[in-house]
Design a binder for this molecule. Structure first.
Ligand SMILES: Cc1cc2nc3c(=O)[nH]c(=O)nc-3n(C[C@H](O)[C@H](O)[C@H](O)COP(=O)(O)OP(=O)(O)OC[C@H]3O[C@@H](n4cnc5c(N)ncnc54)[C@H](O)[C@@H]3O)c2cc1C
Length: 405
C-alpha cells in the first residue's frame, strides 16, 4: 500500500494543474454562459494531451493510465466545477478507449487521432425515450442494407451532438443498437461508432435538437433521431450481437472518471466554503467558530477523502485489468467504478447544498458561482451514465450475487 503518487504521476498532475489554472479556471464561467465555445476548449485540451489519455500513442494518445485520467479530470473539475470541461474529458477517456479496444484498425486509425487532437468528439448514444437504466432493452435498430448498416430509432439525452457538428473533423456516438430480437435482451445488441460528421461533412440520416438544460451549459445534451443513419461495417465495435459488453465496459470506465469529476467539484466547493466560513462574521464571530458549521465541514472533509480514495482505487483496478493482470476481472472494474460514482456524486451534491447554506442568501445569486457547481454535479446525481440505484444494483449483483438480485 503506497499513498504517494509515482514521480511520473506527480509531474503529470502538476502539469494538468498548471494548465487548468491558466486555461480553464479563468474561462469556466464564460463557458457556462455560452461566451467561450467548448470547441475552443477542446482544441486547448488536445494540445495539452488531455484527450484520450489512456489511448495508445499509435493513435495519437498518451499511453497514459486511468489513474492519470482520474487525476486530470479531478483537477479540471476543480477549475471548471460546472463540469463541462471535465465531462468532455471523461467521455473522451471512456468511449474512444472502447473504440481502441473493440474497433477495427481502419476505424481506429481514422478517428482516434482526431479525438486526441480535439478535432472530433466520441460520445455515447445509449438512452432511449422509454428509459435509460435498462440498456439491455434498447430498441434502436441497426439493419444491414447492402454494404451498409442503417440505424433507425430515437436516442435521448445524448451529450455532445452539437459539439460534434461544430468540430472540424466531427465525430459520433458509440451507438447501442438492436440487431437481434428484443426478447434476446443483451444478446441481441450490437455497438457501432456511428459518425454524425466525418472529415468535416455531416452524415445524412439523422436530426437532433438540444435540450434546454438547467446547468452545465458549456456542453450541450440533446435528442437524436436516427432515420437510416449509414454506418460502414468497419465501424462496428466488437462482434455482431456482442455489443452489450462493449457498452458496459465503457460505462464502467466513465463512472470511475465521473467520480473524479465529482470529487474535483466538491473540493472546489469545500475550499470556497472554507474561505467563506473563516471570514464571514455573524453575531460578532466568524461562522467557522460555531460547531454547527465547523463540525459539518469536518464531516464533509472526511467523507470527501474517502470518496477520493475510492475513485483512485477504481482507476487503479481499471489499470490492472486493462494492462492484463489476471488477478482482476471486468466485474472488479464494474464494482469499483460503481462504488466510485455511488460515493462521490451524492457527496458532491451534499457539499454544494451545505456550502450554499454557509454562503447564505449570497449563494442564490449567480455571481457567487456556487450554484453553477451544484447544477453541474446534479447531472450525475439524477442519472447521467447510470442512476444511483443502478450503481447499487451493480454492486449488489457482483458482491451479493446475481442469484439474489
Ligand atoms: C446531463 C445528462 C447527460 C446525459 N448524457 C447522456 C449521453 O451522452 N448518452 C446517453 O446515452 N445518455 C445520457 N444521459 C442519460 C442518462 O444515462 C440517463 O438519464 C440514465 O441512464 C437514467 O435513465 P433515465 O433518465 O431514463 O431514468 P430511468 O431509467 O427511467 O430511471 C428512473 C428512476 O428509476 C430508477 N430505477 C430504474 N430501474 C431500477 C431498478 N431496477 N431498481 C431500482 N430503481 C430503478 C432509477 O434509479 C431512476 O431513479 C444523460 C443524462 C443527463 C441528465
Amino acid at each position: 500500500m503506497d499513498f504517494e503518487l509515482s514521480r511520473e504521476d506527480r509531474l503529470f498532475l502538476e502539469s494538468v494543474k498548471s494548465f487548468a489554472e491558466r486555461v480553464i479556471a479563468p474561462r469556466w464561467v464564460d463557458l457556462d454562459e455560452g461566451k467561450w465555445p467548448i470547441e475552443e476548449a477542446a482544441a486547448r485540451l488536445g494540445e495539452a494531451g488531455l484527450l484520450g489519455i489512456p489511448l495508445s500513442s499509435k493513435y495519437g494518445g498518451q499511453d497514459g493510465t486511468f489513474l492519470q485520467a482520474a487525476l486530470a479530470v479531478e483537477e479540471l473539475a476543480y477549475a471548471d466545477p460546472s463540469l463541462a470541461v471535465p465531462v468532455y474529458v471523461l467521455l473522451e477517456t471512456a468511449w474512444p478507449y472502447m473504440v481502441q479496444r473493440y474497433g477495427r484498425e481502419e476505424a481506429k486509425e481514422e478517428v482516434l487521432p482526431e479525438v486526441a487532437r480535439g478535432r472530433a468528439f466520441v460520445g455515447i448514444g445509449s438512452t432511449e425515450p422509454q428509459g435509460g437504466s435498462d440498456v439491455a432493452s434498447v430498441v434502436t435498430k441497426a439493419v444491414k442494407e447492402g454494404d451498409l448498416w442503417k440505424l433507425y430509432g430515437e436516442k435521448n439525452m445524448v451529450t455532445g451532438v452539437a459539439t460534434i457538428l461544430n468540430l472540424p473533423y466531427g465525430g459520433g456516438v458509440v451507438a447501442i443498437t438492436r440487431t437481434g430480437r428484443v426478447e434476446d435482451k443483451h444478446r441481441g445488441i450490437t455497438t457501432f461508432l456511428a459518425l454524425l460528421k466525418r472529415r468535416g461533412r455531416v452524415t445524412p440520416g439523422f436530426t437532433h435538437r438540444d435540450w434546454d438544460e438547467i446547468g452545465r451549459h458549456g456542453l450541450p445534451t440533446g435528442y437524436l433521431t436516427l432515420e437510416g443513419l449509414p454506418v460502414e461495417e468497419v465501424f462496428m465495435l466488437g462482434e455482431l450481437n456482442g455489443g452489450f459488453k462493449v457498452a458496459m465496459e465503457g460505462f464502467n470506465l466513465a463512472r470511475t472518471v465521473i467520480g473524479a469529476a465529482s470529487v474535483g467539484a466538491a473540493r472546489w466547493l469545500l475550499d470556497r466554503g472554507l474561505e467563506w466560513i473563516r471570514q464571514r462574521v455573524v453575531f460578532g464571530r466568524p461562522i467557522a467558530s460555531y460547531q454547527a458549521v465547523s463540525f459539518r465541514f469536518a464531516e464533509l472533509y472526511a467523507r470527501l477523502q474517502a470518496a477520493q480514495l475510492a475513485v483512485y482505487k477504481a482507476a487503479w483496478v481499471a489499470d490492472r485489468f486493462y494492462r492484463g493482470d489476471s488477478a482482476f476481472t471486468v466485474q472488479d472494474v464494474a464494482t469499483a467504478g460503481a462504488v466510485a460514482k455511488l460515493l462521490a456524486v451524492p457527496l458532491a451534491v451534499e457539499v454544494a447544498l451545505e456550502v450554499m447554506k454557509w454562503f447564505g442568501g449570497a449563494s442564490y445569486f449567480k455571481e457567487t458561482n456556487v450554484a453553477r457547481a451544484l447544477l453541474g454535479v446534479l447531472s450525475y446525481y439524477v442519472g447521467a451514465e447510470g442512476a444511483e440505484n443502478i450503481m447499487k444494483l451493480i454492486i449488489a449483483r457482483n458482491v451479493v450475487g446475481r442469484e439474489f438480485v
